[in-house]
Design a protein around this ligand. Sequence first.
Ligand code: CTP
Length: 401
Amino acid sequence: MSGFLKNKKILLGVCGSISAYKAVFLTRLLVKNGAEVKVILTPSATDFIQPLTFSTLSKNECLVSYTRSDGQWNNHVDLALWADLMLIAPATVSTISKMANAHCDNLLIGTYLSARCPVFIAPAMDEDMYHHPANQQNIKKLLELGHQIIPVDEGELASGLFGKGRLAEPEMIVDFLEHFFTPHNSVLINKKVVITAGPTYEHIDPVRFIGNHSSGKMGIALAIALADKGADVKLILGPSSIQVQHSKIQVIPVVSANEMYEEAQKYFDNLDIIVFAAAVADYRPISSVDHKIKKQDDHLTIQLKKNVDIAASFGSFKKDRQISVGFALETRNEEEYAKEKLKKKNFDIVILNSLAEEGAGFKYDTNKIKIIDKNFQIASFEMKSKTEVANDIVHAIENLL
Ligand code: CTP
C-alpha cells in the first residue's frame, strides 16, 4: 500500500459479466486504500449483482439509470466531473463497443462520454470474443483515445488455466491504479520535508491569547503539493480550523511559538527541505497567569518577551544539502525587507507576499507572490489560487534540488 490512492475519487463502472462479483472485492480494496468510490452498474450487471452490495461497501449510492424514484435524475456530467479516474471493471465486449462508438444507451456510457479524467478498462470476456477483430478494433480505438487497458494476470495466463480475456484480479487492478497515481521522475520522492504553518497563540491567561489572522491555508496547500509529489511531509501546524488528510503528511499540532520551535528542532538535523510558512508571533507575554485577569484600571500593561526565531535558528547551522524556504509578509519596502530576511535567516529562496495586494495574504484563497533567490533574482507571479501558488513554489524548490 503506497498510499497514493488516498482521497482519490474513483468512478467504477461495472458491466454484465460473471466476473462482476470481483468488482465487489475491488470496491472493498479501493476503499481500504483510502479512495472514495462511486459505482455505476449497467442494467445487465444487475443480472449478476445488486446495487445494494456496492452502496454498502462504497458508502455511496450505487447508480444504474438516469431516472430516480424521487422524480429527479442522476446527473452524468456531475458524476463524470467528480471523478479523478474512471475504471470500467469488468468491461464487456458490449460496453467496450459502446465506448468506442459513442453508443449512449445507459448511465455508464453517458457518464463515460462526459468524463475528462483518465479512463482505465479491465476487460472480461471469453478468449475468442477478446480476439475477435471487431472487438480488437474497438480496443484499439480506446487505446488511441489514451485510455489504458488493464491486462489479465500474466502469471495465471502462463499457468494455462485461463484464457486471455479473464478479468485481472482486484489486487492487480489496485496495483495498476496505484502505479498510475504514484509520482514518477519526481526529485521530491521520499524527500524529508518539514513545514511550519498557521498562526501561533501566545497565552495571556486561561481565556486570552495574542494571535494573528493566519489561516494556515498557504502552508497546508504547500504540504499537499509536496506530498502529492512523493515527499514525506511533517506539517507543524499552529491553531487552524482546516483538517488535513494525506497519507504522506503527518500533522503535528502546536499552539505557541515555543512549541512550534521545540517540534521543528527535532527534525533540523535530518530534514532535506524546510518551509517556514507559519506566521509566528514575534513576542509572548513574559508570564502567563493561570487565572482570568480581572478588569481593574483604565490601562493594562502586558510585558512581552521576544520569541525564538525558528527560521533564523535553523539558518544558523543549516547544512549545504538542506534547503530552507522562507516567507516574508510585508506592507512596505517589500523587496528590500524580503532580501534582508533571506540573508539574515539563510534562506535559499524567500516567498514575498504583499498585504498591499487585494486578495493576497491571510484568509484569502488566493495569493500573489514573488520568489526571490540567493542572487536576488526575482520571479513575479500573477494572482492565483493558493493551490496554484503552492505548485509554483514547489517548482522553484525542485529547481534547487
Ligand atoms: N519566522 C520564524 N520564527 C519567528 C518569526 C518568523 O520561523 N519567530 C519565519 C516565518 O515563518 C517566515 C519568516 O521567518 O518564513 C519571516 O517572517 P516575518 O514575520 O515576515 O518576519 P520577522 O522576522 O518576524 O520580521 P518582522 O515581523 O519584523 O517583519
